[in-house]
Ligand binder design. Sequence first.
Ligand code: F6R
Length: 275
Amino acid sequence: MLSILIDAPTGDFEMEVIIQESPDSAARVAASIIARLIREKPTAVLGLATGGTMEPVYRELVRLHRNEGLDFSRAATFNLDEYIGLSVEHPSSYHAFMQEHFFRYVNVAPDRIHIPNGNAADVPRACREYEDRIRALGGIDLQLLGIGRDGHIGFNEPSSSLASRTRIKTLTQETLLDNARFFGEAESVPRHVVTMGIGTIMDSGQCVLLAFGASKAEAVAGTVEGPVSASLPASVLQFHENVQVIIDRPASGKLERTEYYDWVYEGKPDWQRYE
Ligand code: F6R
C-alpha cells in the first residue's frame, strides 16, 4: 500500500487539511512550506498576513533564518492589509506588527517589502498601484492567510465580492471587537481598512491558511466543507487548486471528515509531508 503511494504520489494538494496537535507544530508546518519555496525559488513573492495566528509562524521563520540560513534577500513580500488612518509607527498598525515579529529579524530587502498604505492622499489610487506592483513582480507565489470568526480572509468581510481587488473595506463590528485586544478597546480600532481583494488572493499560486482554537472551528468547517459563498469569504478557496489548511485540533472541531484528512496526510510519502 505504502509503496503504491511512493510510486504514484498523486498529490491531494487541492484543499489539503493538515490537523496538528498544537499551534506551534502547525506553525512549523507552515514555515517549512514557505522555507521549501524560498529554497527552490529564492526570488519568491510571499503574501503575508498579521494577527495572533501568524506570530508562531514568524517565530519559526526567524529561527530558520538564524539557525539554518534561510535567506530572504531576494524574496519580495506583499502584506494583505492595513488600517486606514493609523500612522505606520502606531504600535497596532500592521506595519509595526510586521517589523516587530518578522522584518527586523530577517533579511528581506526593504525595497521589496510591500504593505498597503492606509495613509495615502488618494487611497483608491494606492490600491490600484498595489495591484500593479504585485503584477510587475510576477504575482504572489504563496499567500499566508489567517481567518476571522466570520470567515474573512485578509479583511474581506462577509458579502465581499469574490472577484474583488485591493480596495477600502469597512470592518464588521465582530472583527472590531476581536481586534480590540491589540488596541486596548474596541473604540480605538479603525473602522476602515485597505485589503487585498479575494480575486487578488485567488490569483496567488498557493494559499496557506492557518487557524487555531475552537472559536475558529465554525469558520474552518464552512471554509472546507460548506457551500462557497460570499457570506463566508474563505470558502472561495475551494476554487483554488493548491491550498493547505493547517489547523490545531480545537479548530478542527466542527469538520465532518477529519478522519479522512488525517488519513490523506498520514499516507503521504515523506517528501510530500512538510515537517
Ligand atoms: C490580518 C488578516 C486577518 C487575520 C484574521 C485572524 O492580516 O488578514 O484576516 O488573519 O483576522 O486574526 P487572528 O490571527 O488575530 O485571529
